[in-house]
Design a protein around this ligand. Structure first.
Ligand SMILES: Nc1ncnc2c1ncn2[C@@H]1O[C@H](COP(=O)(O)OP(=O)(O)OP(=O)(O)O)[C@@H](O)[C@H]1O
Length: 348
C-alpha cells in the first residue's frame, strides 16, 4: 500500500485519493481524453510516422529494423536523428525518401501517403517534394558537370506540369543555381567540377542540388560522415542557413551525438523506436545577454510506451516491472520488486 498524504492513483487503477483531489484527477483525465479526441495525431506536422514497422527477412531470419516508430516533424524544423549503428536510422530515411516501403504503420510527408503511392506519384514525390543529400559525396554530384550545372540539373529533369521537357529555361535555371550556391557560400566554386572541390565544399554544393526544386523537405543521410569536425560544422552551418533563409524542413541522420549542439532539435532512436528528444533554444537574460539552454526529454509513443534509460534503471536495479503512481502534476516510477512491498500490503 502506498503511504503519504498526497492523492495517489496507482497504475493498477486503485485510487486512494481524497474526494477533492480525486475530482482534480478526474478532471485532468477528462481534459486529456478530450484533447486526444479533438486533435488527430500529427495533423499539423509535415512528416508523420505513426507506429512504423519495417521487418527485413533474409535467409529465414527476421530483423525488426523499425518497431513501431512514432515521429512528428513540423514545417520549418531542422531536426537531427541520432542513434547507434543498427538502430534503424537509414531504414527510416529510406522510407521517407520513397525508396522503401514499411511493413506496417503509416508514414506521410507533405500530404503524400508513402504506403499507397503509385509509381507516378512516387516519381513526382521524389522530384518535387523531397531533396536528398547522401553521405558519399560522389553519390550527390555528377563528376563531369560543374557545381552550377549540377544544381541546375534537377530543375531540368523536373520538366513542366505534365512532366514534359521545358526548353529555353536555361538562363532562369542557371540564375537560381547561382543564387543557391551564393546562399551556401559556394558562389566562387560555380564553374568547378566536384574533383576540384574539397569534401565539405562538395557537400555544400550537394545541399544546393537538394534545394534546387524548392522541396518541402530535405533528407540528409550522414552528410558529414566522411568529414572532419571543423568541416562538418561548416556543412551544418550551411544546413542551418538553408533552413532559416528558405524555411525548408530538414531532417539529418547522423550517428554523431555531438550534433545536438548544431541543431535546435535532436531525436534519438534506440532499437527501432524514438527514445529521447533534446530541444535547444536561445534565451535572453535580464542583462540582455543570450544563452543557449538545452533540455533532454524522453519520448512517449502513441501507445503510452516510453523507454527508461539505463542510467536511471541500473542504479535502482529496475528490471521487469515498475510501480507507477499518478500525482496531480507528475507520475512516479518506482522499482516494482522493492523489499517489503508484499509484507506491507499484507499488513494493511
Ligand atoms: N536490406 C536489409 N536486409 C536485412 N536487414 C537489414 C537491411 N537493412 C537494414 N537491416 C537491418 O536493420 C537494422 C537497422 O539497420 P539501419 O541500417 O537502418 O541502421 P542504422 O541506424 O542506419 O545503422 P548505421 O548507422 O550503421 O547505418 C540492422 O539490424 C540492419 O542489419
Amino acid at each position: 500500500m502506498t503511504t503519504g498524504t498526497d492523492p495517489v492513483r496507482t497504475a493498477g487503477g486503485a485510487s486512494e485519493a481524497r474526494p477533492a483531489a480525486r475530482a482534480g484527477l478526474t478532471d485532468l483525465e477528462r481534459r486529456a481524453a478530450e484533447a486526444a479526441r479533438e486533435r488527430p495525431y500529427g495533423e499539423d506536422a509535415l512528416i508523420v510516422c505513426d507506429r512504423l514497422v519495417r521487418i527485413f527477412s533474409t535467409d529465414g531470419v527476421e530483423v525488426q529494423a523499425l518497431q513501431g516508430l512514432d515521429l512528428l516533424v513540423r514545417e520549418g524544423e531542422l531536426t537531427a536523428l541520432v542513434g547507434a549503428s543498427g538502430s534503424g536510422k537509414s531504414t527510416l530515411l529510406n522510407i521517407l525518401a520513397g525508396l522503401d516501403t514499411p511493413s506496417a504503420g503509416s508514414a506521410t510527408v507533405a500530404g503524400y501517403d508513402l504506403l499507397s503511392m503509385n509509381a507516378k506519384s512516387r516519381l513526382r514525390y521524389r522530384r518535387e517534394t523531397v531533396g536528398f543529400i547522401w553521405q558519399r559525396t560522389s553519390r550527390n554530384l555528377l563528376p563531369y558537370l560543374t557545381a552550377a550545372q549540377n544544381v541546375a540539373l534537377p530543375m531540368r529533369l523536373r520538366g513542366g506540369p505534365n512532366g514534359e521537357r521545358r526548353w529555353g529555361r536555361g538562363r532562369a535555371e542557371r540564375a537560381r543555381a547561382l543564387e543557391l550556391l551564393d546562399l551556401l557560400g559556394m558562389a566562387d566554386a560555380r564553374d568547378r567540377r566536384p574533383a576540384q572541390l574539397s569534401g565539405g565544399e562538395q557537400q555544400r554544393v550537394a545541399i544546393a542540388v537538394a534545394l534546387a526544386n524548392n522541396p518541402s523537405v530535405v533528407l540528409a543521410d550522414e552528410p558529414t560522415g566522411e568529414l572532419d569536425t571543423a568541416t562538418a560544422e561548416q556543412v551544418f552551418a550551411a544546413l542551418r542557413r538553408a533552413n532559416s533563409e528558405l524555411g525548408t524542413t530538414i531532417l539529418v541522420v547522423t550517428h554523431d551525438d555531438g550534433v545536438s549542439s548544431q541543431v535546435s532539435r535532436t531525436v534519438s532512436i534506440r532499437d527501432g523506436r524514438t527514445s529521447t528528444e533534446t530541444l535547444r533554444r536561445t534565451e535572453r537574460g535580464e542583462g540582455g545577454g543570450e544563452s543557449t539552454v538545452s533540455r533532454e526529454y524522453t519520448t512517449i509513443d502513441r501507445s503510452g510506451r516510453l523507454q527508461l534509460p539505463p542510467e536511471f534503471t541500473e542504479p535502482l536495479s529496475i528490471r521487469d516491472r515498475v510501480l507507477l503512481e499518478l500525482r496531480p502534476d507528475h507520475i512516479e516510477v518506482r522499482p516494482g520488486d522493492e523489499a517489503g512491498a508484499e509484507t506491507e500490503d499484507e499488513g494493511s
